[in-house]
Ligand binder design. Structure first.
Ligand code: GRF
Length: 200
């Protein structure tokens, strides 16, 4: 059994996860990248890292359920146990949520429940707050609403620009996410009971 990363964009978190999994020789490997944006930079990273990648075009499907059924078929073929969302710009629907209850996690660039949704880094910077951060959480049907697993704070100082603050957020993500995923696959973190499946 192994891990699939879902991503839509640049893929810096995907790369951090793959590098860490290899460096620390995780018991489960990242064996598949699912991308819903053909041409996204994450696909180049997957190629360089030698991780098999599959692109989907969700709007070609009659419904979200049809799209997710195709994705699910692929995940089963690859014996995927965990879904790790890393900049995947799409809500997970019932098909995948039911099949992977308690085995889907996401990273969000704010201290949830503050600043959910798009552009969270800018939202926090513009507010302006003094401290924002990064959250890793289990995924449910909502937008950035599932049970929180871990958070790290990131300060916004007087000297920060949006770019420097974003850079600090990304650095925090690249160290927190691999650590949390490692703890999850090694059973040190367990999904809450209402999200558990018999496979956990
Ligand atoms: C990250 O900030 C992540 O928290 C959010 O989307 C961004 C993805 O960045 N969900 P990248 O594609 O991993 O570089």
């Amino acid at each position: 059994m192994s891990i699939a990363v879902f991503a839509s964009g640049s893929g810096s978190n995907f790369q951090a996860l793959v590098e860490r999994s290899r460096c620390d020789q995780w018991p489960e490997t990242i064996s598949l990248l699912i991308c819903d944006k053909p041409g996204a930079k994450v696909l180049e990273r997957a190629e360089k890292l030698g991780v098999p990648a599959v692109s989907f075009v969700p709007k070609k499907y009659p419904s979200k359920a049809d799209y997710e059924r195709d994705v699910l078929h692929l995940l089963r073929r690859h014996q995927i146990k965990w879904i790790v969302l890393a900049g995947y710009m799409r809500l997970i629907g019932p098909v995948l949520l039911e099949a992977y209850a308690g085995r889907i996690v996401n990273i969000h660039p704010s201290l949830l429940p503050a600043f959910p949704g798009k552009d969270a880094i800018r939202q926090a910077f513009d507010y302006p707050v003094k401290v924002s951060g990064v959250t890793v959480h289990f995924v449910d049907e909502g937008m950035d609403t599932g049970p929180i697993i871990a958070q790290v704070p990131v300060a916004i100082t007087e000297e920060d620009t949006l770019e420097s603050f974003a850079e600090k957020i990304h650095q925090a993500e690249h160290s927190l996410y691999p650590e949390v995923v490692y703890q999850l696959i090694t059973g040190k973190i367990r999904p809450p009971v209402h999200l558990s499946t018999s496979e956990n």
